[in-house]
Design a protein around this ligand. Sequence first.
Ligand code: SF4
Length: 292
Amino acid sequence: MPRKSPRSRRRRTPEPGLPGKRRPRATPGRSHTRKRVPSAPVAHAPRGARSAPGSAPRLQARRRPAAPPRAKLRRAPRAGAEPARVAALLGILERLYPDAATPLLHADALQLLVATILSAQCTDARVNLVTPALFERFPDAAALAAADRTELEELIRSTGFYRNKAKAIQNCCTDLVAKHGGEVPRSMEELTSLPGVGRKTANVVLGSVFGIPGIVVDTHVQRLAQRLGLTKEQDPVKIERALQPQMPPAKWSAFSLWLIFHGRRVCVARKPRCSICPLLPHCPRLGVASSQ
Ligand code: SF4
C-alpha cells in the first residue's frame, strides 16, 4: 500500500453523490451568510398602564439626571448690527478730535515710513526727537540704504531695538531703490512686500500721505474696538476687515486716529476713565470691570 502524504491524511475528500452537501465548518452552527431572525413583535403598552398580574415586570427607562442651569453669558453685539450706535460713536469721536493727524513728524512718504518703523515699541515723542537729525544726515532712500550701519544705529539708539530697526530701515530702503527708484509705492501690495513693512505701517503711509483710506490697527484700536463692541476678533487683520464695513471708507483713516487718541487719553489700557468718557452712553464696555 502506497504511503500517504501528511496533507492527504489530514484532508478528507467529500462524499461523492451528495450534491449540495457542504463541508462542515470549523465552527459548527455558523454560516457565511447571516440569516436575519425576525424579531418577535413587541406589544407597546399604553403609557401609565400597569403590567398584568403574573407577567414580567416592565423595564423602566433610565432617566438622565437633570442638567444644571446654564450661567447667563454677556454676549457682544453682532458686528455691524447697530449702524445707529456706530454713527453716534463716530460723531462724538469727530467732535472730540477734529484735527486728528499722525503725530509723527515727516516731510514726505519716506520719512513717515521710516518714522513708523521707528515707532514700534516706542513713543511718538521719542521718535520725533530722533528723526530730524536722522533725515538731515541721510535725506533719501539711497542714502539710508548705503549708510554705515553703526552710525545709523547710534542715531536711532534711543528708540529701542535699534539694531533690528536699523536693519529693517536699510533692507526696506535697499528694496525701494532697487524696485521703485527710491520712491515709496502707493499700493498696499507693494508696500507690504517691502521688508519690515506690515499692514499697519502701510495703512499709516497710505492714509496720511496719499489720502488712500485704511484702518490702522494698533494696540489702542484693537482694545477700543473690542470694548466698544465693534468686533470680537483678536487678530489685527481680522479686526481691520470687521471694522471696514461699519463705516464709509472716507472715515477709515480718521477713525483709527480718533481711537488712538481716545485710547491714550481716556480709554487707557489698565483703568479706563469711563466716568468722564463721552462715549459711555453708546459703549457696552466689554471686558471692562464693572467697578471701573
Ligand atoms: S466708556 Fe469706558 S470702555 Fe467705553 S470707550 Fe469710554 S472709557 Fe472706554
